[in-house]
Design a protein around this ligand. Structure first.
Ligand SMILES: [Zn+2]
Length: 243
């Protein structure tokens, strides 16, 4: 094989590995975001539970002050009692007091109801908090695992960059330029295997003369359709390759 083509094939293999790694690295932020789903859900439930408890507490305070107001009102009515002169006046005041008493009783019933709901909600809160905490810990562990993974992938990419540099040192500038242009234009694939008479990149038929030349391996051949560089792997070479 042409020595420059040999280098180009190696360069393509590095590019292939780098693309896989870059893809997995790019996927990590999305995976972390996806992993936060359960935690966010539990946090939402906790917030809802806490908001509900706050609302119930406010309602209880409002009802308490309503009872206080009615009791003040009743006291004011009762103040009139010592000055009552007729039975009719007396009956009117008692009737007024009864109305207020009725109101207080209704408010107190509501208050009781609110307190019962509040109690049950407060009882349920620790379990919700615990579930929330557990999801948070799970997510943090996942996030950490992903951060470690990202670092490992970055290190591998750095290793590949070094390998690439070693190869490009020996590669003619014109070929390097062509390789870089082709990878940009052709989804990262610049050098492909010639598969019988088909281009390994675009799967178009290759001209017979190009196939002959590729097999001789003296000059570097390209696909007339996609312009990728072609290399030929001897079948006997494959057979002899260690399994
Ligand atoms: Zn092609």
């Amino acid at each position: 094989m042409n020595p420059q083509l040999k280098l180009l094939v190696s360069l393509q293999k590095i590019k292939d590995s780098a693309m896989v790694l870059e893809k997995s690295l790019a996927a990590i932020p999305g995976q972390i975001k996806g992993g936060a789903g359960f935690r966010d859900e539990k946090q939402k439930l906790l917030k809802e539970a806490q908001d509900e408890i706050d609302a119930l507490k406010k309602k209880r305070r409002d009802l308490e002050s309503a009872v206080q107001n009615e009791n003040d009102h009743m006291a004011k009515i009762k103040v009139k009692l010592p000055n009552v002169k007729t039975n009719k006046e007396y009956q009117a005041i008692i009737a007024e007091v009864d109305v207020v008493k009725e109101k207080v009783s209704k408010i107190e019933d509501q208050e009781l109801e609110v307190m019962e709901i509040l109690e049950s909600k407060e009882k349920a809160l620790p379990a919700i908090k615990k579930a929330c905490q557990e999801e948070e810990e799970k997510f943090k562990a996942y996030e950490k695992k992903k951060a470690v993974e990202a670092e490992r992938v970055k290190a591998e990419l750095e290793g590949l960059a070094l390998e690439r540099a070693k190869i490009t040192d020996h590669l003619e500038k014109a070929w390097l330029k062509k390789f870089d242009q082709l990878t940009k234009a052709r989804e990262g694939v610049a050098v492909v295997e010639l598969l019988k008479n088909i281009c390994g990149g675009c799967h178009q038929h290759i001209l017979p003369q190009t196939i002959v030349n590729a097999k001789i391996g003296k000059d570097i051949q390209e696909c007339s359709s996609c312009l990728r560089l072609l290399y030929w792997v001897e079948e006997s070479e494959e057979e002899q390759a260690p399994k």
